[in-house]
Design a protein around this ligand. Structure first.
Ligand code: ATP
Ligand code: MG
Length: 386
C-alpha cells in the first residue's frame, strides 16, 4: 500500500515545486489507514486545470470542465483534480457546475462521508477536518455535515453509504441512517447507470446482506423504478457478482426481459444475466456437464456462489465444476468431428431445420460422453438414429 501511495508523491512534489498545494484524497487515504488494498490514488490540488497542464509533460484533459486532468508523467496515470465545491444542485442529482476554490478544507468538506474526506500530504501525514479518523476507528459511515442536507443535495450518496457499509463492513451512524429513511424517495431522481455502479460494488463487498437490509429498511430499492420489482429483495450473505444476482432475480420471475433492458447494462452483461438464469433452471434439472459446456466454468461457479449466499444447499462444488470442465470431450461446436456439410452429403439431403436439430443432438451426445468425437462413430450413430 505504501508503495502504491509513494508513486503519487513525485506528482505532489512537482506541483509543490511550482507553488501549488497538493494532496492524496478519497478512497486511497481511507484504505491506507485501514490497511486494505487501494484501488486508485486520486490527487487534489490548488492548481487550476490549465496550471496542472503547464506543470506536467504528458496530460490528458479527461474531465477538464470539472477540474480533472490525467497526468502520465510517471508512467502510470493519476487523476489530478483542482480543489472544488459543487455548484447548485438541481433535481437531487449531481450539480450542473462546479466551482474551483483555493482551500483544501473546502474541497474535503464537500465530500460524502467523513471516512472519505481525509487527505495525505507528500510526507503521508493525515489532514482530517471532519473527524474521519474517529469514525474509521469506530467503523462508522457518517455524512460530512448535516446528513439530511447531504442526501438532499445528491441522493446517490444514500446508495453509496450502503455500498461502503458492505465493502468495509461498517455501520451507519444513527443520524445518517435516519436521514436515509427520510430521503429514500429522492433516489428515484438518480440515473440508473450511477446506481448500478454502486450496487455492483455493494454486492461484491464483505457484507452485502447487512447493506441490503439497510436498502430495504430505508425503502431505497422501492423508490428505484427498475428495482422495486425485486420482492423479496434477495440478500446474499457473501459477495456475489451482479450478473449472478440479477440472473437469480430473473429466474425467480422478479424481472422480465423488459425490466432487464431498463437496467441499461452492456450487451455482454445482459447476456451473462440471461445465461445465469438458464444455469439456475438447469441446475435444478441436473445436467451439469452440459451447463459447464454451454456457459463455461466461471459463470456456473458464480451462480453456485449466489445460491450458497442465499443458503441454498449445494448441488455441486466449484472444484467439481472445474473438474467437469477439464473432462469435456470438446469445448466448442467447432471441435466436432463432423459439420453440417458432411452430414448433408452423407445423408444426401438439403439443409434445413432438421440439420440444426441433428447437429445439436450429436453435440450433446459427444459432450455427455455417449458418443466418441470421431467421424466414423458419429456417421454410424446418424445412420442408426435418423
Ligand atoms: P473506491 O476505493 O471503491 O474507489 P472511493 O472512496 O475512491 O472508493 P469513488 O467513487 O472513487 O470512491 O470516489 C472518490 C471520492 O470522491 C470519495 O472518496 C469521496 O470523497 C468523493 N465522492 C465520490 N462520490 C461522491 C458524491 N456523490 N458526493 C460527495 N463526494 C463524493
Ligand atoms: Mg475511487
Amino acid at each position: 500500500n505504501i508503495a502504491k501511495l509513494e508513486t503519487a508523491v513525485p506528482i505532489i512534489e512537482q506541483l509543490n515545486a511550482h507553488g501549488h498545494s497538493a494532496y492524496i484524497v478519497g478512497g486511497a487515504v481511507r484504505n491506507y489507514l485501514l490497511d486494505i488494498p487501494i484501488n486508485d490514488v486520486d490527487i487534489t490540488t490548488s492548481a487550476t486545470p490549465d496550471e496542472i497542464e503547464a506543470v506536467f509533460e504528458r496530460t490528458v484533459p479527461v474531465g477538464k470542465e470539472h477540474g480533472t486532468i490525467m497526468v502520465l508523467d510517471t508512467g502510470e496515470p493519476f487523476e489530478v483534480t483542482t480543489y472544488r465545491i459543487d455548484g447548485t444542485y438541481e433535481d437531487f442529482r449531481r450539480p450542473d457546475e462546479v466551482i474551483f476554490v483555493t482551500e483544501l478544507k473546502d474541497d474535503l468538506l464537500r465530500r460524502d462521508f467523513t471516512i472519505n474526506a481525509m487527505a495525505l500530504d507528500s510526507a503521508l501525514h493525515v489532514v482530517d477536518y471532519a473527524d474521519g479518523q474517529h469514525d474509521l476507528n469506530h467503523r462508522l459511515i457518517r455524512a460530512v455535515g448535516n446528513p439530511y442536507d447531504r442526501f438532499h443535495e445528491d441522493a446517490l450518496r444514500m446508495i453509496r453509504a450502503c455500498r461502503f457499509q458492505s465493502t468495509l463492513d461498517f455501520r451507519l451512524e444513527d443520524e445518517t441512517a435516519r436521514a436515509m429513511k427520510t430521503h429514500a424517495q429522492l433516489i428515484s431522481h438518480v440515473a440508473i447507470e450511477r446506481i448500478i455502479v454502486e450496487f455492483r460494488k455493494l454486492l461484491q463487498g464483505l457484507n452485502p446482506e447487512a447493506a441490503l437490509m439497510t436498502v430495504e429498511a430505508a425503502g431505497i430499492h422501492a423508490a428505484i423504478p427498475v428495482l422495486q420489482q425485486l420482492e423479496p429483495l434477495m440478500k446474499p450473505r457473501h459477495a456475489v457478482t451482479l450478473e449472478a444476482y440479477f440472473g437469480y432475480c430473473l429466474y425467480k420471475g422478479q424481472f422480465v426481459e423488459r425490466g432487464l433492458a431498463q437496467l441499461k447494462l452492456s450487451n455482454q452483461e445482459k447476456k451473462a444475466i440471461k445465461a445465469s438464469c438458464e444455469i439456475y433452471r438447469e441446475l435444478d434439472a441436473g445436467a451439469a456437464m452440459l451447463l459447464v459446456y454451454k456457459y463455461g466454468a466461471a459463470l456456473v461457479i458464480n451462480c453456485l456462489d449466489m445460491r450458497a449466499a442465499l443458503g441454498i444447499p449445494a448441488v455441486l462444488t466449484a472444484a467439481a465444476v472445474r473438474q467437469l470442465h477439464s473432462a469435456l470431450p470438446i469445448e466448442d461446436r467447432s471441435e466436432m468431428a463432423v459439420d453440417g456439410h458432411l452430414l448433408m452429403t452423407h445423408l444426401g439431403r438439403k439443409g434445413g431445420s432438421w440439420l440444426k436439430g441433428l447437429l445439436g443432438r450429436v453435440e450433446e451426445h459427444i459432450v455427455l460422453g455417449r458418443l466418441p468425437n470421431n467421424k466414423e462413430a458419429i456417421l454410424k450413430w446418424v445412420d442408426d438414429n435418423v
